[in-house]
Design a protein around this ligand. Structure first.
Ligand code: DGL
Length: 270
């Protein structure tokens, strides 16, 4: 159990940049009494094309930043970081830390009927085999097909969510997945929920899209339940946003992820 004073402490969330805001949005909606401190490592984004060593080092530094904010738990709202750094972070820190891989896999395994699951993600996440391993652990009879989609993050940050060029690129990336007749697709990158309409168009309405942002809320609730660390039901949540690069750009793009404007974004050096 956490100290009773910790109940009022915020939940810490970090991502390489903006994508983790899809997780923040889900947390805001489903846990309206919980304060959140978000750190976006905008100076070093993208993580999805970086080495394992760099991703682990950046992730440790991000945790240190959030611990200074006295967070009661940490959510790694970044698939690239979750797949490479979660185990290393668990070895170092006592604070509960959860990633986005396990929740996404659990939901996909539950959703698939034909036992064929696709994963789209950054090159770093695909090359880590984290999704493959977790799905195999849950059900070794499931066939899994991964596809790295390095062009998606820049297209999403540009706001080109449904442009013909984005649809064409999505068609190319999804070719193998369509041939393999997957019935479930894990959106293995926190940016990708914004591409749902395009992916539905390319893959058809029958393929289930698993959004780990939604799934991770269950795990956050589990941790808070086990630690008896829920904030008071009468508390109205406050939110703090920290970034490692210029705040104005983050602030401008955040609307696309959250659906509303955020006022104060502070710069925080890593
Ligand atoms: N947030 C990252 C992820 O979920 C995508 C952006 C990046 O490459 O850093 O993998």
């Amino acid at each position: 159990m956490l100290k009773s004073s910790s109940k009022s402490h915020p939940i810490g969330v970090f991502d390489s940049g903006l994508g983790g805001l899809t997780v923040v949005k889900a947390l805001m909606r489903r846990l309206p009494n919980e304060d959140i401190v978000y750190f976006g490592d905008t100076a070093r984004v993208p993580y999805g094309t970086k080495s394992r060593e760099s991703i682990i080092r950046f992730s440790k530094e991000n945790v240190a930043i959030l611990l200074k904010q006295q967070v009661k738990m940490i959510v790694i709202a970044c698939n690239s970081s979750s797949s490479h750094a979660l185990a290393a972070l668990h070895e170092i820190y006592d604070v509960p830390i959860i990633g986005v891989i396990e929740p996404g896999c659990r939901a996909a395994v539950k959703a698939t009927k034909n036992k064929k699951i696709g994963i789209i993600a950054t090159p770093a996440t695909i090359n880590s085999y984290a999704y493959l391993q977790e799905i195999a652990r849950l059900d070794s009879t499931i066939k899994v097909l991964g596809q790295a989609c390095p062009l998606f993050v820049p297209l999403i940050e540009e706001g080109w969510l449904t442009k013909p060029v984005t649809v064409a690129i999505a068609k190319e990336y999804c070719k193998q997945l369509r041939h393999s007749l997957i019935d479930t697709l894990i959106l293995g990158c926190t940016h990708y929920p914004l591409l749902k309409p395009t992916l539905r168009k390319v893959l058809g309405a029958k393929v289930k899209l698993v959004d780990s942002a939604e799934e991770v809320v269950h795990d956050v609730k589990d941790v808070l339940e086990k630690k008896k660390a829920f904030n008071l039901k009468t508390h109205k949540a406050t939110y703090k946003f920290l970034v490692s690069d210029e705040p104005a750009h983050f602030q401008k793009l955040a609307r696309r992820f959250l659906g509303f404007d955020i006022k104060d974004v502070e710069r925080c050096n890593v």
